[in-house]
Write a new protein. Structure first.
Lengths: 137, 134
């Protein structure tokens, strides 16, 4: 059975590779490379796979899941400038792809346990763009 | 890893098949068979799959946008699907057939490194059609 929990955070970022010229960054990232940053209301959907526990009837304790999402994603990233305040985005370009993979890395060890695994991270940068990451490329 | 981008276009159509009588068409398609046609604000989700390149992207947003705009939106937006789209001439302009047409339009000569994975079209918020690309 699949269980999906949603969380939101708002953050700013710049998509630019410091090793590249400003011209190349704009050619690759467009307005996302504007140097002083811009922001998004990110929406995160975390999907967990498992069977309901025989006693509790739950795949995963939703209060615990909410707390994990708060600790690993919302508190560190909400109302932050990702490039300057959230590692590894001082070194890694915070494209939606890279932010989704970082969220996966932060969550998988805290969620996966006997009979339960993190199945998918879906990250909406806007309502018109989202990335799905299931742990493999 | 997959990336999905959403696009919108507005078009009119009428559901009617020459294989059936006027009465049968009216019974089968209901209001969708009304003779002068009607329209929808279609929502098109295009999903591509692959690994991020050195820019950290599966596909450049502008690259994908340009492709979909040129191949799909420029042809389908503010058009009559029955009369203006060659592939739908003689084919009932259901959203199933529209999805097949758009998938083929995108998949033929697909020029990007990332693989075309899925085409999903909402005719209205209640009717959604999805094609996995083989």
């Amino acid at each position: 059975m699949l269980l999906t929990r949603k969380a939101e955070f708002s953050a700013s970022h710049v998509c630019a590779n410091p090793a590249w010229t400003e011209e190349r960054n704009h050619a690759v990232y467009g307005a996302n490379a504007n140097p002083n940053g811009h922001g998004h209301n990110y929406v995160l959907e975390v999907t967990i796979e498992g069977e309901p526990d025989a006693v509790t009837g739950m795949v995963f304790d939703l209060r615990e899941l909410k707390e994990i999402l708060n600790q690993e994603v919302v508190e560190p990233m909400d109302h932050r400038f990702l490039n300057r305040e959230v590692q590894p985005f001082d070194r890694v370009v915070p494209t939606t792809e890279n932010v989704a993979m970082e969220i996966w890395r932060r969550l998988t060890g805290r969620i996966s346990r006997d009979g339960v695994k993190l199945r998918n991270v879906r990250l909406y940068e806007t309502g018109d763009l989202f990335v799905d990451y299931g742990g493999a490329l | 890893m997959k990336l999905t981008r959403r696009y919108r276009f507005s078009a009119s159509h009428r559901l009617d098949t020459p294989a059936l009588s006027a009465e049968q068409n009216s019974k089968l398609y209901g209001k969708c068979n009304n003779p002068y046609g009607h329209g929808h604000d279609y929502v098109l989700d295009v999903t591509v799959a692959g690994s991020p390149d050195e820019s950290g992207q599966i596909v450049g947003r502008e690259t994908l946008d340009t492709l979909v705009k040129e191949r799909v939106l420029a042809r389908f937006d503010h058009r009559n699907l029955n009369t203006d789209i060659a592939e739908l001439t003689g084919v009932v302009a259901t959203t199933e057939n529209l999805a097949v047409t758009i998938e083929k339009t995108l998949a033929d000569g697909w020029p990007l490194r990332a693989r075309l994975d899925r085409v999903r079209i909402s005719e209205t918020e209640r009717n959604i059609f999805e094609l996995r690309v083989k």
